[in-house]
Design a protein around this ligand. Structure first.
Ligand code: ADP
Ligand code: MG
Length: 576
């Protein structure tokens, strides 16, 4: 435990001091303030003990130089540190996001975006305000403390010795309270994560909750989360206040004793009144730094939980989960005896699925809801790796290929597309370069042409958060265009036309079947003429392939598919 702690501390410190030049400037100027600032305590003594006007003026000049120097050096020290710490915070954020980018789809689905969001905002504040600021305080006030001590010793060793007492008591307090503060901080950090996740969920569900008259839930659910957060924050602040007051007491007690000793030294004629003033002033340079150093120690310890949490989120993965093969083209796709159970699920979802698709072939997956169609698509799109049997592309396991090469040849049109708060153009290209012809072709094939033409800003129209200014059908067409624009060897389509009218569905399905790549389409719309164009229709029942063949063959078989067809035909007639 101890070892890991040291490791994480070094790593965060490394980030802070990674810019060598800045670090050296910071250390030099901080040392300079530490030496110059305590001299301000002597100014009064220089003036009081100067004796005549000329020497008083000289002392004043000396005083001015000390004041000016101490402020200039402090300014440079503080500014340099701000540069170092903001850079380190940026680096932590980027490292956390790099780690996020390298996670597998499965890890992403298991994780919680609220936690990441909260770490990048709240936890990172703790690192800046507590860890880095404490390191600054340790250097800045610590240096001053040492120099002031040396000065005190030169004036009166007795006083300096007594003030050691003060240091001991001040250092003991953080040891006693830091653990409580650290625990309270960990509880607060965990709670703010779940608070962020909860609020995110509520805000995204606003439309659903309003429509179902559940706005009371919107408020009460938030009130519960806010109350829990208040409680955690209250405990944290309470512990911090206790620590702060205890530290102040630990400083002031011995300080009174020291002043008393000084007064006695004046009575005995061992020091002048001028020196008494200097000692009193120097004590301020001991008290303030002592408090700050003790406070910094406490914060350094109490921020440990957060530091370790962020360290874990920054750690580079030792073993890359990515494959090493390069996929250059899709020749053959094959699932053999695939059995799969979702992580944490009680029941197996796929019970030995077999299917095969060659270059350029078209396949439709049909089946009742819950029969495992989307699961097959998810395995082909490498959402999950923990299956039995084989999911192979060109005879190799899908996971053997590098993510980059795999996804540049395999594309997915999901059922509920994600729309970025950006222009239609960027939503289609997803920040990659395509030619004008490629964009136009995708817009046409996805049936977006008419809609885009009706917009004054065309492809430059900005889509609002989560595509709120799009209809469900338009959002689906954006997702279709997004996949088509890339051009690929295997296109996976999960009910991408479920929000579209019959005519548009017909058009898009014909476009999909007409593509020159291999296509696997999950569809409920089994009435269109396009069904006859599929090389193979696979009918799934309870996680197993129960029938497979062309449209004509399946109807002739008069099994599950034919029954579903007749059932839906009956419903169509009734509706019609
Ligand atoms: P379909 O697309 O055919 O409607 P799915 O493949 O989505 O069906 O789901 C098949 C089964 O797997 C369902 O019983 C569903 O409840 C279950 N399932 C789907 N996703 C998950 C998941 N993430 N975790 C656990 N079970 C899941
Ligand atoms: Mg599905």
């Amino acid at each position: 435990m101890k070892k890991r702690n040291e490791k994480s501390q070094i790593s965060m410190m490394k980030l802070l001091f990674q810019d060598r030049k800045r670090s050296v400037v910071f250390l030099i100027f901080t040392l300079a303030v530490a030496i110059v600032a305590p001299f301000k305590s002597y100014i009064m003594q220089w003036l009081v003990d100067s004796g005549d006007l000329n020497r008083a003026l000289l002392s004043l000049g000396r005083g001015l130089i000390v004041v000016l120097l101490s402020h200039v050096t402090e300014y440079v020290s503080r500014q340099t540190f701000v540069g170092m710490s903001t850079k380190a915070v940026e680096e932590i954020r980027c490292r956390i996001m790099r780690r996020q980018a390298s996670q597998s789809m499965e890890e992403y689905l298991e994780g919680n975006t609220g936690t990441v969001l909260s770490s990048l905002t709240n936890d990172i504040r703790v690192i800046y305000d507590e860890l880095y600021t404490s390191i600054f305080n340790l250097c800045f006030w610590g240096g001053m403390l040492v120099v002031s001590y040396i000065m005190l010793i030169s004036i009166s060793p007795v006083v300096a010795l007594t003030s050691i007492l003060m240091c001991v008591s001040v250092i003991m307090v953080p040891r006693i309270v830091a653990k409580q503060v650290s625990e309270a901080r960990a509880a607060y950090s965990a709670d703010i994560s779940s608070y962020t996740g909860r609020v995110n969920d509520l805000l995204r569900g606003f439309e659903t909750l309003t429509a179902s008259g559940s706005m009371r839930y919107f408020l009460t659910a938030h009130e519960d989360a806010a109350a829990s957060n208040r409680e955690k924050e209250h405990t944290l602040r309470h512990n911090m206040n206790t620590a702060s007051i205890l530290m102040s007491l630990a400083v002031w007690g011995p300080n009174m004793v020291m002043l008393f000793i000084c007064v006695i030294l004046v009575f005995q004629g061992q020091i002048t009144i001028g020196y008494l003033i200097t000692v009193n002033s120097l004590l301020n340079y001991v008290i303030s730094p002592c408090r700050s150093v003790a406070d910094a120690f406490m914060k350094l310890k109490s921020s440990r939980s957060v530091r370790e949490k962020l360290e874990g989120m920054m750690e580079e993965k030792e073993t890359s989960q990515d494959g090493e093969e390069e996929l250059t083209a899709v020749e053959k796709v094959e699932l053999s005896d695939v059995k799969f159970t979702y992580p944490k699920a009680a029941k197996e979802t796929l019970h030995g699925v077999k299917l095969q698709l060659l270059k350029g072939q078209k396949m439709a997956l049909v089946g009742m809801s819950g029969s495992g169609k989307s699961t097959i698509i998810r395995l082909l799109y490498r959402y999950y790796g923990g299956y039995e049997g084989h999911v192979r592309v060109n005879g190799r396991e899908a996971g053997d290929y590098t993510r980059e090469s795999y996804y540049s040849h395999v594309a997915l049109i999901p059922q509920t597309p994600f729309i970025f708060n950006d222009t239609i153009y960027n939503n289609l290209c997803l920040y990659r370069e395509y030619s004008k012809a490629q964009v136009e072709r995708a817009v046409k094939l996805s049936g977006l042409e008419e809609y885009v033409a009706s917009l004054p800003d065309g492809l430059e129209t900005v889509l609002t958060e989560n595509g709120r200014n799009l209809s469900g059908g338009q959002a689906q067409r954006v997702a279709i265009a997004r996949a088509l624009i890339r051009g690929c060897g295997l296109l996976l389509v999960d009910e991408a036309t479920s929000s579209l009218d019959v005519e548009t569905t017909d058009q898009i399905m014909r476009n999909l079947v007409g593509l020159d790549c291999a296509v696997i389409v999950i569809t409920h719309d089994i009435f269109g003429d396009y069904m006859k164009d599929f090389d193979r229709i696979v009918y799934l029942e309870n996680g197993e392939v129960s029938e497979a063949g062309t449209f004509g063959e399946l109807l002739e078989l008069n099994g599950g598919f034919a029954q579903l067809y007749q059932l839906m035909a009956g419903q169509e007639e009734q509706a019609g």
